[in-house]
Design a protein. Structure first.
Length: 147
């Protein structure tokens, strides 16, 4: 199941997600990167079209050190057509994760505007930009309800 999902995702990744992936892991294959994200997630969700075409996959990983969790999301070329239903469904899940597990964090390429907008809508706050192999990125944090 995980390899099948990784191949389906890697074959149709958005250009912005590909560029981000190549900046973070130069030289790694898209399939391997997708598989690693899916396989290492404690929770992983995906969205499909009515015809079963993959729209996006997102997940949550417990941080090895410290408090909080790392979240990630990779979209296919279909995400633009389904961005509102995806955003509504995923925001509910992301907020539940933040409330249950504490801060959610990662970094996003500044040029990945669709991902940046989605994260902001989910409640992310962003750091100042920093460079990753020539690509400007911003760290983000989504806080849950205070426990």
């Amino acid at each position: 199941m995980q390899w099948d999902m990784a191949y389906r995702l890697a074959d149709h990744l958005r250009e912005a997600d590909l560029r981000e992936m190549h900046a973070v892991s130069p030289g790694e294959s898209e399939v391997s990167e997708c598989w690693e994200s899916i396989a290492s997630s404690e929770e992983c969700w995906y969205a499909e079209t009515e015809d079963g075409e993959l729209i996006t996959v997102w997940g949550r990983l417990r941080r090895p050190v410290g408090k909080g969790n790392i979240i990630w999301c990779l979209g296919t070329d279909k995400v633009e057509a389904y961005k509102i239903p995806f955003a509504r469904r995923s925001r509910r899940i992301v907020r539940e994760w933040a409330d249950k597990y504490g801060p959610l964090m990662n970094a996003v390429a500044v040029k990945n505007t669709l991902a940046h907008d989605w994260l902001a809508w989910c409640g992310a706050s962003f750091s100042n930009p920093f460079d990753v192999n020539g690509e400007p990125f911003q760290s983000f944090v989504i806080q849950g309800k205070k426990r």
